[in-house]
Design a protein around this ligand. Structure first.
Ligand code: SF4
Length: 277
């Protein structure tokens, strides 16, 4: 059985930077350390950080004092202001690609465009962007949701950093018919684009794809969707223990890819397990 790891797989630069900041904070700070939500959407990494004393909380109200690390997804400016008002030390690990999306969303609203964001309204990245524009945006997940929108003079469109370019193109085409003036800014990050392209290319060549990463990770889940769109059999797993040897029984060639929140050691475990069967 041939096993191929996608050319781009695993931690992106934004996640690596956030992890480095988290471990540096553990090294340098004597106060309690928290993250607002899991630092990345990967259970194994969160458990590792917990052992180092970093606790993930849902609300700032759960923290009396200490350091709060803002994860790569970012938060709304209001959350940072609230943390500072509570006397917490804020370590901002928001990915620069997400910061760029916040800035562009604000610009489009300030320029008078009706803002549309392509993404998942419940995802923390989108919640943060919505906070930045005080909720003045419509969030959609696909072209069908904009086809019947009332016509507006000016529409502006941005996307969650982990969206696929194809989906953005489809929503952009649909919105174009609803307005006189239209501005679209591609806010999908390079890491996502490379990862999705490498995954699609590999999925077209193999008999079976394994997508490795948190089930709560938007970008990992999207990789599984991309694989299935090619028609290949695909399983989304979090760790090597979930692999069932019979999956690979009739597969001459197995491809492996991993979301940006998946740490290298988890990918290595999967590769080693596959080699062992
Ligand atoms: S996927 Fe892109 S936007 Fe998200 S953390 Fe990684 S580099 Fe940043």
């Amino acid at each position: 059985m041939k096993i191929t790891l996608a050319k781009h797989a695993g931690h992106c630069f934004g996640v690596k930077a956030a992890m480095q900041k988290a471990f540096a904070t553990v090294r340098d700070e004597q106060q309690p350390i928290y993250t607002l939500g899991p630092i990345i959407h990967n259970r194994q990494v969160v458990e590792k950080l917990e052992k180092e004393g970093v606790r993930a909380v849902k609300n700032l109200s759960e923290i009396e004092k200490g350091v709060i690390i803002i994860r790569s997804h970012g938060v709304s400016p209001e959350v940072i202001a609230q943390a500072e008002a509570r006397g917490l030390k804020v370590i901002d690990a928001t990915c620069p690609f997400v910061q760029r999306a916040h800035k562009l969303a604000r610009q489009l609203v300030d320029e008078g465009f009706e803002l549309v964001i392509l993404g998942d309204a419940r995802h923390p990245e989108i919640e943060g962007i919505l906070g930045t524009v005080q909720g003045a945006a419509l969030v959609v997940t696909q072209a069908g949701e904009v086809e019947n929108l009332p016509k507006k003079n000016r529409f502006g469109l941005i996307a969650q950093t982990t969206q696929s370019l194809e989906n953005l193109q489809q929503v952009a085409s649909a919105l174009l018919t609803r307005t006189n003036e239209f501005k679209v800014v591609n806010t999908i990050c390079n890491a996502t684009t490379h990862l999705q392209r490498a995954t699609r290319e590999l999925a077209r060549k193999v008999d079976l794809m394994l997508v490795v990463g948190g089930r709560n990770s938007a970008n990992t889940t999207r990789l599984a969707v991309i694989c299935r769109e090619t028609g290949v059999t695909c399983y989304h797993i979090e760790t090597a223990d979930e692999i069932q040897p019979e999956w690979a029984r009739n597969a001459g060639h197995v491809g492996v890819t991993a979301g940006t929140s998946t740490p290298e050691w988890v990918i290595v475990d999967v590769m080693e397990y596959l080699r062992s069967i």
